[in-house]
Structures are given as C-alpha cells and as structure tokens.
Design a protein around this ligand. Structure first.
Ligand SMILES: [Zn+2]
Length: 342
C-alpha cells in the first residue's frame, strides 16, 4: 500500500509531478471509457487487432458510482517509458523507487492484459510407449498467447509442451524415479488467507487487515511463517460452531456482505435485515448462555513472570496447560518442563 501510495502521489516525469496510477481500489473492476478507448488503441497499434479483448462490466456496477479500479493513469506511460523519463534527481530513495516500479509494472501489465484477448491453450496428454509400458505426460500447448503477451502470473503450473506427432520416436535423456507423497495442505499465510476470503466473497479489502489483527490480538491465532490456530482458537471455534452454526459460516457471511452492499446502495431496507438477524440470533444466544460449557480456569499459587498476575490452569482440546490469568493482555504460557536425566 505504501508503494501504491507513492505511485498515486506522483513521480517527477519530464519536470512534472505525475500520479501514475489511479486511487488504489481493488474491489471494483470498472475502468473509464476514456481509458478503455486509449488502451484499445494502444493494444491494436502495438500488438495487432487479434490481441484486442473486450471490456465487460457486471450489471450491478451501476454507472453512477464513478469509482474506478486501480489502473495506470495513462496507457502511454509504459513501465519502460516511466523508467526512461523519470527525473533522476527527484528520486530520494532508490530502493523504494525500484520496488514501486516493480509494483507499477504489475499494475500496468495486469490492466492492459485485462483488456486483451484470451490466450488459447490446448490441453494435451501424451503417451509414450516403451517395452510395453506406458509413460504419460500432461501439459498444454500454447496456440495463441493473447494477454500472456504482456502479463503472466508467476505461478503458472501448466507444463508447456512442444508439438508431438503420432508415431514420433523420442529418445530419452535419463530415467529418474521420483518418490511422491501427498503433502497436507499448507496452512494459510496472510496473503493466501486474504486471497481465500476474496474468493469466498467474505470481507472487503478494507477489512482484511483488521480481521487477521483481531484474531492475533485475541490469541486465537499466532503468526510465524503461517497463521496457526492456538488451542484457545480451536476451542473457541468449536464452541461457536456448536451454538452459532447458522450465522457463523461462509454462506451466511457472504450473503450478509451482499445485503449490506444493497443497503448502502439504497436498494434494501436496513431494519428488515436487522430484524431477520435478531430473530435468528436471540434464541441462539439464549441457548448458548444456558448450555455452553463453561471452563473455569483453576487458579494456581504462582505468579506470571511477565506481568505478576496469577497463573491458571486452562484446558484445551490437547490437554491442560498453564497460562497467565491476564490473557489476552498477557500471553504468557508456561512451557512444559523438559525431562531431566535423574
Ligand atoms: Zn502475565
């Protein structure tokens, strides 16, 4: 966001400070007609008419809401052009400028790619036969590069294959035997979590950071390389699942987000949404108050080495552990004592 802000505020090009991207909104796909026209001309001139794509808007994006998605302010400002024409004396931090240029190249490439023709790939399976054994290979053949001409996601998992003909004789270079084991799915990190939330239609770009921050602050999740649920997090989630399944789930959240959008657009009455919610929610909370298991921590005669509060025994799915009673303000957890030789 800092780099995007820098691009938005402006870079000195030929003696003039120029904001080279629009305001960084990532939750709309709308582009102004002026920009689309200029970009189409640029594509046709530089790549040819066969590379022209289509600009599509969805129905619910009414034209009155004029916000555009993030894009370069001028299609002629290619990343190469900006780099060649920036006033070098105006760059105060070279590393920052370089990083910002990398981000700009992605914004530029992706915007242009979105207005270009689709690539055409042929999914291909090749079977080689040798000594009565079949060896299979899967991949794609690129028949037309389309938008890939200007923008390619770095993580393209497809293997690009050359053209094979029936009956070709292929000589192998080597035989390598690879042992494969199914790996468990990796835990989410912040980036993959945000991507997933976006895919599921829950949360908004402006709320992603605070969702993850809240989970960490309340001690439900720790963040090292990945986001890892704590015992407390698993326990809390299990209990919420038992009593609030109908409102704490992905479908409900996505529907609520879309209803709230309708309210903000004036197409939906907020009181009726609130009423429906409360009629569902009140019996659930009454039930939870009575039936949710209360796990009272057992107080110990020991104080926390970090903050001096009393230590307590808490229970989790995986057994008991000793922690500070000042949780979540203090996160102290007493580690298991290491077994000694004696
Ligand atoms: Zn403490």
């Amino acid at each position: 966001m800092m780099l995007a802000q820098y691009l938005y505020e402006g870079i000195d090009i030929k003696g003039e400070t120029t904001g080279i991207i629009t305001y960084m909104r990532t939750d709309v796909t709308r582009l102004s007609n002026e920009f689309v026209d200029a970009a189409m001309m640029h594509i046709q001139k530089n790549y040819g008419a066969q590379y022209l794509g289509k600009y599509q808007t969805t129905k619910d994006q009414n034209a009155q809401d004029a916000h555009e998605g993030i894009r370069p302010t001028n299609v002629l400002h290619t990343p190469e052009y900006v780099k060649a024409n920036v006033d070098v004396s105006s760059i105060k931090d070279e590393k920052l400028f370089e990083d910002a240029m990398k981000l700009y190249a992605r914004i530029y490439g992706r915007t242009l790619a979105s207005l270009m023709a689709p690539a055409i790939l042929e999914h291909t399976k090749v079977t080689f036969t040798s000594n009565h054994h079949d060896f299979n290979m899967k991949g794609v053949r690129l028949l037309f590069d389309g938008f890939l001409k200007v923008y390619e996601e770095s993580k393209n998992k497809d293997v690009l294959l050359p053209k094979f003909h029936q009956g070709d004789t292929i000589t192998m270079d080597a035989i390598v035997s690879i042992e494969k084991q199914t790996q468990p799915k990796p835990r989410y990190n912040e980036a993959s979590m945000i991507k997933k939330l976006d895919e599921l239609g829950i949360g908004r770009p402006s709320t992603y950071a605070s969702i993850i921050k809240t989970l960490i602050e309340r001690g439900y999740v720790t963040k090292e390389k990945n986001l890892q649920p704590t015992d407390q997090g698993i326990l809390t989630s299990d209990e919420l699942d038992k009593f609030f399944k109908d409102i704490i789930n992905i479908d409900y959240t996505a529907e609520m987000e879309s209803n709230l959008d309708k309210v903000s657009e004036g197409n939906y009455d907020k009181l009726s949404i609130l009423k429906t919610f409360y009629e569902m929610f009140i019996p659930m909370i009454e039930n939870a108050k009575v039936n949710m298991k209360k796990i009272q921590p057992v107080m110990l005669d020991e104080t926390c080495p970090r903050c001096g509060s009393q230590l307590v025994i808490r229970k989790s799915k995986y057994g008991e552990f000793i922690a500070c009673s000042g949780f979540p303000k203090c996160r102290y957890i007493k580690k298991e004592e290491a077994p000694t030789d004696s």
